[in-house]
Design a protein around this ligand. Structure first.
Ligand SMILES: Cc1cc2nc3c(=O)[nH]c(=O)nc-3n(C[C@H](O)[C@H](O)[C@H](O)COP(=O)(O)O)c2cc1C
Length: 216
């Protein structure tokens, strides 16, 4: 057997905190925003980083990391290229998963739901807040497509940057936000002896959330 590293003995006890049933709010978005704020306050690296899972038309899953840029009206918002691999998959199948993990706090949150594009106005509003160079980059990067070299990218960037000097860089039509409406949200808090706390919120037909404790 070829062994690429001795990792079997790496393990850690999770002792930082607990999640009690009687402290759970009815609205999981409230708990999520509290946990996110605690991750920001704890200065964890990239507290808004989230693993996004999408599914191909053949039913094959794929994941990648993006940054959460909005949490409003019960929706989770992130921005990307609509013609990227994830964008193409979401156009065919809007079911999506979002996984946050904050190792310092021994916490993770798994979300499942349905993604749809935010309005062009909402995408414009966020695009305008991005640094000039990121806006130029969004215009020239054919995200997820093969390219011949880094030089090709840099040439396209310089040419495009020159075109927009002194002007408001316009958002390209193929770049914008997705808003995820959650239907299932699970909170995980690490506990000693691998007896972790897991609480699952499931959206009911009447719009209310049902809470159940899951075995670790
Ligand atoms: C920390 C981190 C943050 C990222 N944030 C974004 C983001 O907000 N939007 C985005 O399109 N890609 C982001 N990426 C790049 C994606 O992970 C991915 O490479 C890209 O979106 C293409 O994915 P796809 O080919 O699966 O569509 C980020 C990567 C990392 C590591």
């Amino acid at each position: 057997m070829k062994n690429y590293g001795n990792i079997a003995d790496i393990r850690q006890e999770y002792t930082k905190s607990g999640l009690r049933e009687n402290e759970l709010p009815d609205d999981p978005l409230l708990l999520f925003s509290q946990w996110l704020q605690e991750a920001i306050d704890a200065k964890v690296d990239e507290p808004t980083a989230v693993t996004v899972g999408t599914v191909s038309p053949e039913g094959k899953p794929s994941t990648r990391t993006v940054l959460l840029k909005g949490l409003h009206d019960g929706k989770f918002v992130f921005y990307t290229n609509y013609e990227s691999r994830k964008g193409k998959q979401l156009a065919q199948n809007p079911y999506i998963s979002l996984s946050f993990v904050w190792h310092t706090l021994e916490r993770q949150v798994h979300i499942e739901g349905i993604a749809s594009k935010v309005t062009p106005e909402e995408s414009d509003e966020y695009f305008r807040k991005r640094p000039y160079r990121s806006r130029v980059g969004a215009r020239i990067s054919p995200q997820s497509q093969p390219i011949s070299s880094r030089m090709q990218l840099i040439r396209a960037f310089i040419k495009e940057a020159a075109r927009w000097i002194g002007k408001e860089v316009e958002r390209p039509d193929n770049w914008g936000g997705y808003a995820v409406v959650p239907t299932r949200i699970e909170f995980w808090q690490g506990r000693p002896n691998r007896l972790h706390d897991r609480f699952l919120y499931t959206l009911q037909l009447n719009g209310e959330w049902e809470i159940s404790r899951l075995a670790p």
